[in-house]
Write a protein that binds this ligand. Structure first.
Ligand code: UDP
Length: 489
Protein backbone atom coordinates (compact mmCIF):
# COMPACT_ATOMS: atom_id res chain seq x y z
CA UNK A 1 0.00 0.00 0.00
CA UNK A 2 1.30 3.51 -0.80
CA UNK A 3 2.42 5.51 2.27
CA UNK A 4 1.15 9.10 2.29
CA UNK A 5 2.36 10.99 5.33
CA UNK A 6 2.90 14.65 5.93
CA UNK A 7 6.62 15.03 6.66
CA UNK A 8 8.99 17.91 7.32
CA UNK A 9 12.07 18.29 5.13
CA UNK A 10 15.03 16.71 6.90
CA UNK A 11 18.57 17.88 6.01
CA UNK A 12 21.81 16.34 7.14
CA UNK A 13 24.49 19.01 7.53
CA UNK A 14 28.20 18.20 7.47
CA UNK A 15 30.72 21.02 7.96
CA UNK A 16 34.40 20.66 7.14
CA UNK A 17 36.13 19.73 10.40
CA UNK A 18 37.65 23.18 10.97
CA UNK A 19 36.54 25.97 13.30
CA UNK A 20 35.82 28.51 10.55
CA UNK A 21 33.47 26.03 8.85
CA UNK A 22 31.72 24.59 11.91
CA UNK A 23 30.59 28.04 13.12
CA UNK A 24 28.67 29.14 9.98
CA UNK A 25 27.23 25.62 9.61
CA UNK A 26 25.84 25.79 13.15
CA UNK A 27 24.19 29.14 12.44
CA UNK A 28 22.77 27.92 9.15
CA UNK A 29 21.40 24.84 10.94
CA UNK A 30 19.59 27.06 13.44
CA UNK A 31 18.22 29.26 10.68
CA UNK A 32 16.91 26.31 8.68
CA UNK A 33 15.42 24.66 11.76
CA UNK A 34 13.63 27.88 12.67
CA UNK A 35 12.07 27.71 9.19
CA UNK A 36 10.62 24.26 9.83
CA UNK A 37 13.47 21.97 8.78
CA UNK A 38 14.51 18.96 10.77
CA UNK A 39 18.31 18.97 10.89
CA UNK A 40 20.77 16.23 11.65
CA UNK A 41 24.04 18.00 12.33
CA UNK A 42 27.20 15.93 11.96
CA UNK A 43 30.49 16.81 13.62
CA UNK A 44 33.56 14.64 13.52
CA UNK A 45 34.40 12.96 16.81
CA UNK A 46 37.60 14.97 16.87
CA UNK A 47 35.80 18.31 16.56
CA UNK A 48 33.35 17.19 19.22
CA UNK A 49 36.24 16.18 21.48
CA UNK A 50 37.83 19.65 21.07
CA UNK A 51 34.54 21.40 21.85
CA UNK A 52 34.12 19.16 24.90
CA UNK A 53 37.65 19.77 26.16
CA UNK A 54 37.15 23.50 25.70
CA UNK A 55 34.07 23.19 27.89
CA UNK A 56 35.82 21.20 30.59
CA UNK A 57 34.04 17.94 30.02
CA UNK A 58 31.64 16.33 27.59
CA UNK A 59 29.80 19.06 25.68
CA UNK A 60 27.12 16.41 25.05
CA UNK A 61 24.54 17.40 22.50
CA UNK A 62 25.70 20.90 21.53
CA UNK A 63 22.19 21.79 20.33
CA UNK A 64 20.36 20.78 23.50
CA UNK A 65 19.74 24.38 24.62
CA UNK A 66 18.52 25.56 21.22
CA UNK A 67 16.23 22.56 21.10
CA UNK A 68 14.60 23.30 24.42
CA UNK A 69 14.59 27.10 24.30
CA UNK A 70 13.88 27.51 20.59
CA UNK A 71 11.94 24.28 20.07
CA UNK A 72 14.11 23.52 17.09
CA UNK A 73 14.32 20.00 15.71
CA UNK A 74 18.10 19.72 15.46
CA UNK A 75 19.59 16.32 16.12
CA UNK A 76 23.29 15.97 16.76
CA UNK A 77 25.51 13.05 15.78
CA UNK A 78 29.24 12.50 15.59
CA UNK A 79 31.19 10.40 13.15
CA UNK A 80 34.83 9.39 13.05
CA UNK A 81 37.10 11.05 10.50
CA UNK A 82 39.08 7.81 10.46
CA UNK A 83 41.84 8.84 12.89
CA UNK A 84 42.10 8.32 16.64
CA UNK A 85 41.40 11.34 18.85
CA UNK A 86 45.04 11.51 19.89
CA UNK A 87 46.23 11.95 16.28
CA UNK A 88 47.70 15.45 15.74
CA UNK A 89 45.76 16.62 12.71
CA UNK A 90 47.51 19.97 12.54
CA UNK A 91 51.02 18.51 12.62
CA UNK A 92 50.14 15.72 10.14
CA UNK A 93 48.17 17.89 7.77
CA UNK A 94 48.61 15.87 4.56
CA UNK A 95 47.90 12.53 6.18
CA UNK A 96 44.78 13.99 7.78
CA UNK A 97 43.52 15.32 4.45
CA UNK A 98 44.17 11.96 2.75
CA UNK A 99 41.82 10.55 5.39
CA UNK A 100 39.22 13.23 4.78
CA UNK A 101 39.44 12.48 1.06
CA UNK A 102 39.38 8.68 1.15
CA UNK A 103 38.19 7.38 4.54
CA UNK A 104 35.72 9.95 5.85
CA UNK A 105 33.18 9.52 2.99
CA UNK A 106 32.87 5.81 3.81
CA UNK A 107 31.89 6.72 7.37
CA UNK A 108 29.38 9.32 6.12
CA UNK A 109 27.89 6.75 3.77
CA UNK A 110 27.63 4.29 6.63
CA UNK A 111 25.99 6.89 8.88
CA UNK A 112 23.33 7.76 6.31
CA UNK A 113 22.62 4.08 5.72
CA UNK A 114 22.27 3.55 9.49
CA UNK A 115 19.89 6.50 9.84
CA UNK A 116 17.72 5.27 7.02
CA UNK A 117 17.62 1.74 8.49
CA UNK A 118 16.52 3.33 11.76
CA UNK A 119 13.55 4.64 9.80
CA UNK A 120 14.21 8.19 10.95
CA UNK A 121 11.12 10.30 11.12
CA UNK A 122 11.04 12.35 8.98
CA UNK A 123 13.52 10.58 6.67
CA UNK A 124 16.72 12.40 5.62
CA UNK A 125 15.96 13.91 2.24
CA UNK A 126 18.69 16.48 1.75
CA UNK A 127 22.44 16.80 2.30
CA UNK A 128 24.02 20.17 3.03
CA UNK A 129 27.75 19.54 2.86
CA UNK A 130 30.76 21.82 2.78
CA UNK A 131 31.85 22.66 -0.77
CA UNK A 132 35.36 21.38 0.02
CA UNK A 133 34.04 17.82 0.29
CA UNK A 134 34.61 15.90 -2.89
CA UNK A 135 32.00 13.21 -2.39
CA UNK A 136 28.67 15.06 -2.01
CA UNK A 137 27.25 14.16 -5.42
CA UNK A 138 28.23 10.51 -5.03
CA UNK A 139 26.54 10.28 -1.61
CA UNK A 140 23.44 12.19 -2.80
CA UNK A 141 23.01 9.97 -5.83
CA UNK A 142 23.41 6.81 -3.79
CA UNK A 143 20.93 7.88 -1.10
CA UNK A 144 18.60 9.88 -3.32
CA UNK A 145 19.17 13.19 -1.49
CA UNK A 146 18.84 16.77 -2.65
CA UNK A 147 22.40 18.06 -2.96
CA UNK A 148 23.10 21.43 -1.34
CA UNK A 149 26.65 22.74 -1.21
CA UNK A 150 27.46 25.35 1.44
CA UNK A 151 30.36 27.64 0.59
CA UNK A 152 31.54 29.43 3.72
CA UNK A 153 33.87 31.89 1.97
CA UNK A 154 33.52 34.80 -0.47
CA UNK A 155 32.02 34.26 -3.92
CA UNK A 156 35.24 35.55 -5.53
CA UNK A 157 37.19 32.60 -4.14
CA UNK A 158 34.52 30.13 -5.26
CA UNK A 159 34.47 31.76 -8.67
CA UNK A 160 38.24 31.44 -9.10
CA UNK A 161 38.33 27.79 -8.02
CA UNK A 162 35.32 27.18 -10.25
CA UNK A 163 37.31 28.42 -13.23
CA UNK A 164 40.56 26.64 -12.37
CA UNK A 165 40.60 25.06 -15.83
CA UNK A 166 40.61 28.51 -17.45
CA UNK A 167 43.59 29.53 -15.32
CA UNK A 168 45.40 26.37 -16.42
CA UNK A 169 44.58 26.73 -20.12
CA UNK A 170 45.67 30.37 -20.08
CA UNK A 171 48.96 29.53 -18.41
CA UNK A 172 48.41 31.31 -15.09
CA UNK A 173 48.30 28.13 -13.04
CA UNK A 174 50.14 24.80 -13.29
CA UNK A 175 52.40 25.88 -16.16
CA UNK A 176 56.13 25.35 -16.08
CA UNK A 177 56.43 29.13 -15.85
CA UNK A 178 53.14 30.71 -14.85
CA UNK A 179 52.19 33.97 -16.58
CA UNK A 180 52.54 36.98 -14.31
CA UNK A 181 50.28 39.44 -16.11
CA UNK A 182 46.82 40.43 -14.93
CA UNK A 183 44.05 37.84 -15.30
CA UNK A 184 41.07 39.35 -17.11
CA UNK A 185 39.24 36.37 -18.57
CA UNK A 186 37.51 34.80 -15.57
CA UNK A 187 33.77 35.50 -15.86
CA UNK A 188 32.69 37.98 -13.17
CA UNK A 189 36.26 39.02 -12.29
CA UNK A 190 37.26 42.23 -14.05
CA UNK A 191 40.95 41.90 -13.32
CA UNK A 192 43.01 40.12 -10.73
CA UNK A 193 46.75 40.07 -10.23
CA UNK A 194 48.13 36.51 -10.00
CA UNK A 195 49.61 37.37 -6.60
CA UNK A 196 46.05 37.92 -5.33
CA UNK A 197 44.95 34.43 -6.31
CA UNK A 198 44.58 31.87 -3.56
CA UNK A 199 48.16 30.75 -2.98
CA UNK A 200 47.33 27.21 -4.12
CA UNK A 201 46.45 28.63 -7.53
CA UNK A 202 49.74 30.50 -7.74
CA UNK A 203 51.69 27.26 -8.00
CA UNK A 204 53.71 26.46 -11.09
CA UNK A 205 54.56 22.92 -12.16
CA UNK A 206 58.22 23.79 -11.87
CA UNK A 207 58.15 24.85 -8.21
CA UNK A 208 55.31 22.92 -6.62
CA UNK A 209 54.07 19.35 -6.69
CA UNK A 210 50.50 19.89 -7.82
CA UNK A 211 49.57 16.27 -7.19
CA UNK A 212 49.59 16.55 -3.42
CA UNK A 213 46.43 15.77 -1.50
CA UNK A 214 45.36 19.42 -1.32
CA UNK A 215 45.43 19.75 -5.10
CA UNK A 216 43.55 16.50 -5.56
CA UNK A 217 40.88 17.77 -3.14
CA UNK A 218 40.62 21.14 -4.89
CA UNK A 219 40.38 19.67 -8.33
CA UNK A 220 37.69 17.14 -7.33
CA UNK A 221 35.69 19.43 -5.01
CA UNK A 222 35.22 22.16 -7.59
CA UNK A 223 34.12 19.65 -10.21
CA UNK A 224 31.73 18.11 -7.73
CA UNK A 225 30.11 21.40 -6.74
CA UNK A 226 28.94 21.77 -10.34
CA UNK A 227 26.62 18.82 -9.75
CA UNK A 228 24.96 20.39 -6.68
CA UNK A 229 21.24 21.21 -6.91
CA UNK A 230 21.85 24.43 -4.93
CA UNK A 231 24.90 26.33 -3.74
CA UNK A 232 24.60 28.58 -0.69
CA UNK A 233 27.26 31.27 -0.18
CA UNK A 234 28.07 33.07 3.04
CA UNK A 235 28.31 36.43 1.29
CA UNK A 236 26.08 39.32 0.26
CA UNK A 237 24.82 39.94 -3.28
CA UNK A 238 25.56 43.69 -3.15
CA UNK A 239 29.16 43.07 -2.07
CA UNK A 240 30.10 40.60 -4.78
CA UNK A 241 27.58 41.15 -7.58
CA UNK A 242 29.87 40.21 -10.47
CA UNK A 243 31.24 36.92 -9.16
CA UNK A 244 27.78 35.94 -8.00
CA UNK A 245 26.14 36.74 -11.34
CA UNK A 246 28.80 34.73 -13.17
CA UNK A 247 28.18 31.74 -10.92
CA UNK A 248 24.41 32.20 -11.00
CA UNK A 249 24.63 31.95 -14.78
CA UNK A 250 25.89 28.38 -14.33
CA UNK A 251 23.74 26.97 -11.53
CA UNK A 252 21.43 28.04 -8.67
CA UNK A 253 23.71 29.99 -6.32
CA UNK A 254 22.28 31.94 -3.38
CA UNK A 255 24.11 34.63 -1.39
CA UNK A 256 22.59 34.29 2.07
CA UNK A 257 25.23 35.93 4.28
CA UNK A 258 26.29 36.99 6.72
CA UNK A 259 25.45 33.69 8.38
CA UNK A 260 26.29 34.32 12.00
CA UNK A 261 24.76 35.23 15.26
CA UNK A 262 25.85 37.76 17.83
CA UNK A 263 24.60 35.57 20.66
CA UNK A 264 25.15 31.90 20.09
CA UNK A 265 23.86 29.46 22.65
CA UNK A 266 25.52 26.55 20.85
CA UNK A 267 29.05 25.78 22.03
CA UNK A 268 31.35 25.78 19.01
CA UNK A 269 34.77 26.92 20.25
CA UNK A 270 37.57 24.41 19.90
CA UNK A 271 39.61 26.09 22.66
CA UNK A 272 38.56 27.33 26.08
CA UNK A 273 37.36 30.94 25.87
CA UNK A 274 38.87 33.61 28.10
CA UNK A 275 36.59 36.36 29.31
CA UNK A 276 38.01 39.75 28.30
CA UNK A 277 35.19 41.88 29.71
CA UNK A 278 36.94 42.89 32.93
CA UNK A 279 40.11 43.88 31.12
CA UNK A 280 38.15 45.95 28.60
CA UNK A 281 36.07 47.70 31.23
CA UNK A 282 36.66 51.46 31.35
CA UNK A 283 38.95 51.57 28.32
CA UNK A 284 38.20 54.49 25.97
CA UNK A 285 35.98 53.85 22.95
CA UNK A 286 37.91 52.49 19.99
CA UNK A 287 41.23 52.45 21.80
CA UNK A 288 42.01 48.72 21.75
CA UNK A 289 43.35 46.73 18.81
CA UNK A 290 42.09 43.14 18.52
CA UNK A 291 44.61 40.70 17.07
CA UNK A 292 43.78 37.17 15.94
CA UNK A 293 45.08 34.82 13.28
CA UNK A 294 42.09 32.50 13.44
CA UNK A 295 41.85 28.86 14.24
CA UNK A 296 44.11 27.15 11.80
CA UNK A 297 46.97 29.21 10.40
CA UNK A 298 50.48 28.88 11.73
CA UNK A 299 52.86 31.81 12.03
CA UNK A 300 56.66 31.55 12.11
CA UNK A 301 58.36 32.26 15.43
CA UNK A 302 60.37 35.09 13.84
CA UNK A 303 57.18 36.80 12.64
CA UNK A 304 55.47 36.37 16.02
CA UNK A 305 58.46 38.01 17.68
CA UNK A 306 58.37 40.98 15.27
CA UNK A 307 54.62 41.42 15.73
CA UNK A 308 55.05 41.26 19.50
CA UNK A 309 57.71 43.99 19.44
CA UNK A 310 55.66 46.02 16.96
CA UNK A 311 52.64 45.97 19.28
CA UNK A 312 54.80 47.07 22.21
CA UNK A 313 56.36 49.86 20.15
CA UNK A 314 52.95 51.14 19.00
CA UNK A 315 52.04 51.83 22.66
CA UNK A 316 48.44 51.04 21.77
CA UNK A 317 46.30 48.75 23.89
CA UNK A 318 45.64 45.34 22.43
CA UNK A 319 44.04 41.96 22.96
CA UNK A 320 46.03 39.26 21.20
CA UNK A 321 44.54 35.81 20.65
CA UNK A 322 47.46 33.41 20.53
CA UNK A 323 46.51 29.78 20.19
CA UNK A 324 48.98 27.49 21.96
CA UNK A 325 49.75 25.85 18.60
CA UNK A 326 50.11 29.10 16.63
CA UNK A 327 53.74 28.34 15.70
CA UNK A 328 53.26 24.57 15.75
CA UNK A 329 51.75 22.07 18.14
CA UNK A 330 55.32 21.08 19.05
CA UNK A 331 56.54 24.67 19.69
CA UNK A 332 55.20 25.92 23.03
CA UNK A 333 57.46 28.95 23.67
CA UNK A 334 57.47 31.59 21.00
CA UNK A 335 57.01 35.02 22.61
CA UNK A 336 60.07 37.22 23.25
CA UNK A 337 61.52 36.82 26.75
CA UNK A 338 59.85 39.15 29.25
CA UNK A 339 57.01 40.05 26.84
CA UNK A 340 54.21 39.18 29.27
CA UNK A 341 55.72 41.45 31.93
CA UNK A 342 56.31 44.32 29.54
CA UNK A 343 52.71 44.38 28.24
CA UNK A 344 51.12 44.68 31.68
CA UNK A 345 48.45 47.36 31.45
CA UNK A 346 48.91 47.70 27.68
CA UNK A 347 47.95 44.30 26.38
CA UNK A 348 46.14 41.07 27.13
CA UNK A 349 47.15 37.74 25.60
CA UNK A 350 44.54 34.97 25.56
CA UNK A 351 44.49 31.53 23.96
CA UNK A 352 40.99 31.96 22.59
CA UNK A 353 37.90 34.06 23.29
CA UNK A 354 34.37 34.56 22.06
CA UNK A 355 35.50 36.77 19.19
CA UNK A 356 32.11 38.19 18.31
CA UNK A 357 31.52 39.19 21.92
CA UNK A 358 34.96 40.78 22.31
CA UNK A 359 34.99 42.76 19.08
CA UNK A 360 31.46 44.03 19.75
CA UNK A 361 32.84 45.81 22.82
CA UNK A 362 32.93 49.56 22.27
CA UNK A 363 36.57 49.69 23.42
CA UNK A 364 37.74 47.72 20.36
CA UNK A 365 38.77 50.02 17.50
CA UNK A 366 40.50 47.84 14.91
CA UNK A 367 41.29 44.26 13.94
CA UNK A 368 44.68 42.84 12.96
CA UNK A 369 43.60 39.72 11.10
CA UNK A 370 44.81 36.83 8.96
CA UNK A 371 41.85 37.67 6.70
CA UNK A 372 39.77 34.62 7.49
CA UNK A 373 36.40 35.20 5.88
CA UNK A 374 34.37 34.88 9.09
CA UNK A 375 36.65 37.36 10.81
CA UNK A 376 36.25 39.83 7.95
CA UNK A 377 32.44 39.61 8.09
CA UNK A 378 32.44 39.89 11.87
CA UNK A 379 34.83 42.84 11.83
CA UNK A 380 32.68 44.72 9.31
CA UNK A 381 29.56 43.90 11.32
CA UNK A 382 31.19 45.61 14.30
CA UNK A 383 32.36 48.56 12.19
CA UNK A 384 36.08 47.79 12.59
CA UNK A 385 38.74 48.56 9.97
CA UNK A 386 41.17 45.73 9.25
CA UNK A 387 44.92 45.38 9.25
CA UNK A 388 45.60 42.47 6.92
CA UNK A 389 48.15 39.75 7.43
CA UNK A 390 46.97 36.88 5.20
CA UNK A 391 48.54 33.55 6.09
CA UNK A 392 46.66 30.80 4.30
CA UNK A 393 45.75 30.23 0.71
CA UNK A 394 42.26 31.79 0.30
CA UNK A 395 43.13 34.64 2.64
CA UNK A 396 45.35 36.24 -0.02
CA UNK A 397 42.26 36.68 -2.17
CA UNK A 398 40.15 37.82 0.79
CA UNK A 399 42.79 40.49 1.38
CA UNK A 400 42.24 41.87 -2.10
CA UNK A 401 38.52 42.32 -1.37
CA UNK A 402 39.28 44.11 1.90
CA UNK A 403 42.17 46.33 0.84
CA UNK A 404 41.78 46.90 -2.91
CA UNK A 405 38.06 46.54 -3.60
CA UNK A 406 36.22 47.72 -0.50
CA UNK A 407 39.06 49.84 0.95
CA UNK A 408 38.19 48.90 4.50
CA UNK A 409 41.66 47.74 5.45
CA UNK A 410 45.39 48.15 4.88
CA UNK A 411 48.27 45.68 4.65
CA UNK A 412 50.36 44.93 7.72
CA UNK A 413 53.53 44.64 5.71
CA UNK A 414 54.80 44.75 2.17
CA UNK A 415 56.27 41.26 2.09
CA UNK A 416 54.91 38.56 4.35
CA UNK A 417 58.23 36.94 5.10
CA UNK A 418 60.02 40.11 6.18
CA UNK A 419 57.59 41.53 8.71
CA UNK A 420 59.48 44.07 10.78
CA UNK A 421 58.56 45.48 14.17
CA UNK A 422 58.74 49.06 12.86
CA UNK A 423 56.38 48.31 10.01
CA UNK A 424 53.98 46.62 12.43
CA UNK A 425 54.07 49.57 14.81
CA UNK A 426 53.58 52.18 12.06
CA UNK A 427 50.68 50.33 10.43
CA UNK A 428 48.93 49.55 13.69
CA UNK A 429 48.94 53.26 14.50
CA UNK A 430 47.76 54.12 11.00
CA UNK A 431 44.85 51.70 11.39
CA UNK A 432 43.75 53.03 14.75
CA UNK A 433 44.16 56.82 14.43
CA UNK A 434 44.59 59.57 11.87
CA UNK A 435 43.49 60.30 8.34
CA UNK A 436 43.78 56.79 6.84
CA UNK A 437 41.94 55.40 9.83
CA UNK A 438 39.02 57.82 9.32
CA UNK A 439 38.78 56.94 5.62
CA UNK A 440 38.79 53.23 6.40
CA UNK A 441 36.15 53.70 9.08
CA UNK A 442 33.85 55.58 6.76
CA UNK A 443 34.22 52.83 4.12
CA UNK A 444 33.56 50.14 6.71
CA UNK A 445 30.29 51.88 7.57
CA UNK A 446 29.17 51.56 3.94
CA UNK A 447 30.01 47.86 3.73
CA UNK A 448 28.44 47.32 7.14
CA UNK A 449 25.19 48.82 5.81
CA UNK A 450 25.18 46.22 3.03
CA UNK A 451 25.61 43.43 5.59
CA UNK A 452 22.90 44.74 7.87
CA UNK A 453 20.48 45.57 5.05
CA UNK A 454 20.93 42.15 3.47
CA UNK A 455 19.43 40.35 6.44
CA UNK A 456 16.42 42.57 7.01
CA UNK A 457 13.12 41.03 5.92
CA UNK A 458 13.31 42.75 2.53
CA UNK A 459 17.09 42.44 2.20
CA UNK A 460 18.83 40.46 -0.54
CA UNK A 461 20.11 37.63 1.67
CA UNK A 462 16.76 37.11 3.33
CA UNK A 463 14.99 37.17 -0.03
CA UNK A 464 17.53 34.74 -1.48
CA UNK A 465 17.19 32.48 1.53
CA UNK A 466 13.42 32.40 1.14
CA UNK A 467 13.62 31.62 -2.58
CA UNK A 468 16.06 28.83 -1.78
CA UNK A 469 13.69 27.48 0.89
CA UNK A 470 10.78 27.35 -1.55
CA UNK A 471 12.78 25.59 -4.23
CA UNK A 472 14.54 23.12 -1.99
CA UNK A 473 11.24 22.13 -0.39
CA UNK A 474 9.78 21.52 -3.87
CA UNK A 475 12.78 19.48 -4.89
CA UNK A 476 12.63 17.38 -1.72
CA UNK A 477 8.88 16.89 -2.19
CA UNK A 478 9.36 15.72 -5.76
CA UNK A 479 12.04 13.24 -4.74
CA UNK A 480 9.89 11.86 -1.96
CA UNK A 481 6.75 11.60 -4.10
CA UNK A 482 8.73 9.72 -6.71
CA UNK A 483 9.94 7.27 -4.11
CA UNK A 484 6.99 6.61 -1.83
CA UNK A 485 4.24 9.13 -2.00
CA UNK A 486 5.20 11.17 1.07
CA UNK A 487 4.01 14.78 1.15
CA UNK A 488 6.06 17.60 2.63
CA UNK A 489 4.20 19.70 5.18
N1 UDP B 1 37.12 32.91 16.73
C1 UDP B 1 36.69 32.91 18.04
N2 UDP B 1 37.60 33.21 19.00
C2 UDP B 1 38.89 33.52 18.75
C3 UDP B 1 39.31 33.53 17.40
C4 UDP B 1 38.39 33.22 16.41
O1 UDP B 1 35.53 32.65 18.34
O2 UDP B 1 39.63 33.75 19.70
C5 UDP B 1 36.13 32.57 15.69
C6 UDP B 1 35.84 33.78 14.84
O3 UDP B 1 34.79 34.52 15.43
C7 UDP B 1 35.47 33.14 13.50
C8 UDP B 1 36.23 31.84 13.49
O4 UDP B 1 36.66 31.59 14.82
O5 UDP B 1 34.09 32.91 13.45
C9 UDP B 1 37.47 31.89 12.62
O6 UDP B 1 37.09 31.85 11.29
P1 UDP B 1 37.87 32.64 10.18
O7 UDP B 1 37.19 32.39 8.88
O8 UDP B 1 38.03 34.06 10.55
O9 UDP B 1 39.33 32.00 10.19
P2 UDP B 1 39.87 30.50 10.17
O10 UDP B 1 39.92 30.06 11.59
O11 UDP B 1 38.92 29.68 9.34
O12 UDP B 1 41.22 30.61 9.57
Amino acid sequence: MERTKSRKPHAMMIPYPLQGHVIPFVHLAIKLASHGFTITFVNTESIHHHISTAHNGDAGDIFSTSRTSGQLDIRYVTVTDGFPLSFDRSLNHDQFFEGILHVFPAHVDDLIAKLSRRNDDPPVTCLIADTFYVWSSMICEKHNLVNVSFWTEPALVLNLYYHMDLLISNGHFKSLDNREDVIDYVPGVKAIDPKDLMSYLQASERDVDTNTVVYRILSKAFKDVKKADFVLCNTVQELEPDSLSALQGKQPVYAIGPVFSTQSIVPTSLWAESDCTEWLKGRPTGSVLYVSFGSYAHVGKKEIVEIAHGLLLSRLSFIWVLRPDIVGSDVPDFLPAGFMDRIKGQGLVVQWCCQMEVISNQAIGGFLTHCGWNSILESVWCGLPLLCYPLLTDQFTNRKLVVDDWRIGINLCERQMDTTRDEVSVNVRKLMNGETSSELRSNVEKVKCHLKDAITTVGSSETNFNSFLGLVRDKIATKLCNVNGIEIS
